[in-house]
Design a protein around this ligand. Sequence first.
Ligand code: ATP
Length: 572
Amino acid sequence: MKLIAAYIRRHAGMFFTAVFFLAIETAADLFQPAMMSYVVDNGVKNQDVGQIFRYGALMLLIAAFGAVGAVMRNICASYTSQTVGRELRMDLYEKVQSLSFENIDRLQPSSIVTRITNDVTQIQRFVNGSMRIMLKAPVTCLGAVCLVVCKTPDQIPMLIVILVISGGLILANMKIGYRKYGILQQKLDQLNKVSREFLFGIRVVKAFRAEKQEEAAFDHAAGEFADAGVAAARTGAFFAPLINLTVNLGIVALLWMSAIQPPEHIGSLMASVNYMTQILFSLARVSGIMNAAVRASASAGRVREILEEHPVQENGKEKFTWGQVAFEEVSFTYAGTSRPALEHISFQADPGETIGIIGPTGAGKSTLVQLIPRFYDATSGVIRIGGKDIKQMDAEDLRSQISLVPQKALLFSGTIEENIRWGRETASFEEVREAGKSAWADDFIMGFPMQYETVLGQGGVNVSGGQKQRISIARGLLRRPGILILDDCTSALDAATEAGVLEEIRRLPGNRTVFLISQRISTVMRADRILCMEDGEIKGIGTHKELLQSCSGYQAIYYSQIGDRAKEERRE
Ligand code: ATP
């Protein structure tokens, strides 16, 4: 709740304006029964029509004030809750951007999506509700209690019984509800995860005719979400009628007592019943908003978890010089796994050098390069750039000098130009085109009717795999990085195009260090030196020729790809 209060505090002005209008509305509500009691006990009893009309008009006027108060209060409440929601989402979004892959793996992307969308919506609902009802209900309740106490003190014992029982029921409802709403949000995470996986892999699902399995997984997640929803709603459904019943029994007891001992003024009895009804509604509303509070508090806890997540440690904004990339006895184990993905990695890449990385699938190639921009931090050992431990560098500065073109080209909805420009927002169109040319993408882009203005669907659905990879490489080049990492991102290109792209990258000005991961020996052969990896370890390091002589793993890959013909040629 502290988190919600902190965000509401930023809009204290609007919040208190809402409270002001709420006070007008509440006062109008509380005045009406008192006026009515006066009209009945004086105007009606004495058959004074003039007085009835005068007070009737006054009651109308008060009702009009109340209505204006309600409208204004609603406007203020909506503005504040929407603004709080937007600010919370923006803060979450910015925070997520600063997190490392390690943080994101731990929090899980589907859960992050639920927290940014649904959890914030729960908080928004509560903020809105609290300004509309939360304040009004207790104030009305308190006002009504005071009036009952002043006007009919003999009803105090019964009032205490009603308030104690109802208060106890509201607390029990909150205590049980909190856990259930927490579970409900977790089930929503799970449902989002299944939907996300299905949508991302829809082509594969269709290709392998795995719709039935996916349907079963979705059905299971949707079923669990529905069950959790029913369980949470059942708590409210159990307690709300009990609270209503308590207050209604109080009203029945009040009327019953008046039948035994008729009151002197019938108007006072009417006012008392009216106030009891107001107490009933207020308690029912308090119980409702407490449900929302419980749900919002569970959601706020989940939102806070992201906001309080510690991103990779960032130390100062110090600049550093680019040079070699050195791994010194680096080992790494993913969180939640026991087997190291990398073990005792030591090598040095010199400025301007191209380092090829090859090895069987799962060898640790991608993991190794992801440690350079600190997407993950090494479990042990040190990585230095220009002689400096990267853990001592500012993560933002470090990443601004590194382009990592991932295995799977990630394109966003928007034009091709916008997608490439992600590499460097300030680049001119000429620079975007230059990057396109270097990535051998310019020709096919200029072949589209809208050229660089061609709009890509989400994930780049309207371009081929090879075209996506070239757009993604162009984005990486546009940044003009000091370190360029190409993580198997030329796999969908034919051999000639791949050779052309790599040649262009070599020719680019600047003394950049390039890491070139590939499963294809023909690709890494072009590198200055090659790391041959297996089971998270470096099995060999050297030029193509050196490895062919000394590294059995490299020889095995070479002969399996180039074939026995090459083996014979070598023997000759
Ligand atoms: P490929 O050529 O198939 O891309 P790779 O050589 O790049 O493989 P990595 O992706 O680095 O291999 O994976 C190395 C090991 O780490 C594998 O055993 C993999 O299962 C594991 N691994 C990779 N990513 C994660 C992760 N996010 N969480 C846990 N384990 C992971």
